[in-house]
Design a protein around this ligand. Sequence first.
Ligand code: ATP
Ligand code: PRP
Length: 217
Amino acid sequence: MTDTLIFAIPKGRILKEALPLLARAGIEPDADFHDPASRALQFGTNVPGLSLIRVRAFDAATFVAHGAADFGIVGSDVIDEFGYEALYAPVDLKIGGCRLSVAEPKALAEDDDPRSWSHVRVATKYPNITSRHFAARGVQAECVKLNGAMELAPRLGLTNRIVDLVSSGQTLKENGLVEVEVIADVSSRLIVSRPSFKRKAEVMTDWLARFREAVDA
Ligand SMILES: Nc1ncnc2c1ncn2[C@@H]1O[C@H](COP(=O)(O)OP(=O)(O)OP(=O)(O)O)[C@@H](O)[C@H]1O
Ligand SMILES: O=P(O)(O)OC[C@H]1O[C@H](OP(=O)(O)OP(=O)(O)O)[C@H](O)[C@@H]1O
């Protein structure tokens, strides 16, 4: 019997880079996946028994961690923020490269040293990573959770500082902010549900090999 498999793919900015990688691994979504008018959330593929779900980045990790999807793609930022034990992230896909950084207004940064902080208040989508990062050097982090547009927080007086993803630096620049500390380098990973991997070891081992080859191709 063929194992049925569900692959979770984030619908945001990773998607564009992930599709060529999926194609190199041998997975092509059905045409409705590319139809902007379609409201479907689960899609067939050219691989019998393999379907794709298109979900928000954080939710891709949740579906896989709970075994509702067998495997998928997410950023290492999301993996680190959740810290799900049931998630196994065996392949660095070398896409979605960026970094998670602390940033603050340019004027504040002119006379500031992050090493001197004992307390910091930040707006972020990553309260767990942020708290862990600062706690490791004895700094208490007060995190205000936002889901996007973190860069607005200093200007509007919500927090002086932010912890957010940076790649080109354009978003920080356009909002008068500068990076003062890098917390982590980020790239997208293939994630696998440990329970699924145990149940479907043969077919999933084969997929891991295909993804490793697709990364190197
Ligand atoms: N500027 C960036 N450059 C490269 N990769 C990024 C960048 N921003 C985010 N990423 C990666 O893409 C992932 C998804 O980010 P994206 O911005 O598409 O999601 P989002 O829109 O914030 O999430 P959601 O769909 O939940 O609203 C992040 O978890 C990160 O790994
Ligand atoms: O350094 P840059 O190249 O400017 O990229 C950084 C921006 O990219 C991400 O946001 P995204 O565009 O994904 O939107 P979001 O606010 O929905 O997270 C991140 O949250 C920054 O805002």
